[in-house]
Ligand binder design. Structure first.
Ligand code: ADP
Ligand code: MG
Length: 236
């Protein structure tokens, strides 16, 4: 078996932070529940991707993470599975609003994240609601009224629903900003700031981005506490 350092070198993983735990090189290292490991096997996955291997043990320590990695690297399950573990511990009450909130730049990406959450969360009885623009609000509001563990949302639509006071983010304790650089490029910073202001400060925050420009560094500094940074490959 590879040592943690050899694994990081081989997969171009660099980390910064105090006492960063070693990567989970194999699924058997993760301690994930058997139902979930069965789904992972059914999906045909043979090993965690590098971003999963390195970010899972950090996320499971309830630490904030900023991860810089290209698309296609398996980031979605990188944050969803620790989110499932968080939900199990959180003593959630879905009727009071979601515990896990994922912000995503587009409807298409948001629905892909929801699909993954449903596929891998079903055996754990975790449910997920998706909120995005360009579609009527009615069905989305009704889904929220039924209660949900996870909300995946585009910032514009979630901010509208928040201003209508049709969702409470007061139970959110696991916040993910996926494709943060793209959300900023699309001009969503004001909506993101309003949403994050409606989430309690006592929370775990995870941010995923393909690039690391100063605008993204600024929101990372504003929204996270002592994040561990994980980079895969060369970052711009
Ligand atoms: P990213 O968000 O980094 O662009 P995704 O999370 O969309 O990447 O994952 C890309 C593809 O890889 C998806 O089809 C996903 O199901 C698949 N995938 C995720 N984890 C693994 C894994 N451990 N092994 C093989 N494929 C995986
Ligand atoms: Mg992604």
């Amino acid at each position: 078996a590879l040592s943690p350092d050899a694994y990081r070198r081989r997969h171009e993983i660099t980390v910064s932070g105090n006492n960063v735990p070693p990567p989970f090189i194999a699924f058997k290292d993760t301690g994930f529940p058997a139902e979930l490991l069965r789904e992972v096997l059914k999906a045909g996955f043979s090993a965690p991707t590098p971003i999963q291997a390195q970010s899972w043990p950090i996320a499971l320590q309830n630490r904030d993470i900023v991860a810089v990695a290209k698309t296609g690297s398996g980031k979605t399950l990188g944050y969803l599975i620790p989110g499932f573990a968080h939900l199990k511990r959180a003593g959630k009450n879905p009727k009071m609003g979601p515990t896990v909130l994922v912000l995503s730049p587009t409807r298409e990406l948001a629905t892909q994240i929801q699909d993954e959450a449903i596929k891998f969360g079903k055996s754990l009885k975790i449910d997920c609601t998706c909120l995005y623009g360009g579609a009527p609000k009615g069905p989305q509001l009704r889904e929220l009224d039924h209660g949900t563990d996870i909300v995946v949302a585009t910032p514009g639509r979630l901010n509208d629903i928040l201003e209508m006071k049709r969702v409470s983010l007061s139970q959110v304790s696991y916040l993910v900003l996926d494709e943060a650089d793209r959300m900023l490029d699309m001009g969503f910073e004001p909506q993101i700031r309003k949403i994050v202001n409606a989430v309690p400060t006592r929370r775990q925050t995870l941010m995923y981005t393909a690039t690391w420009p100063k605008e993204v560094r600024k929101i990372a500094a504003d929204f996270m506490v002592n994040p561990v940074q994980v980079n895969i490959g060369n970052i711009d």
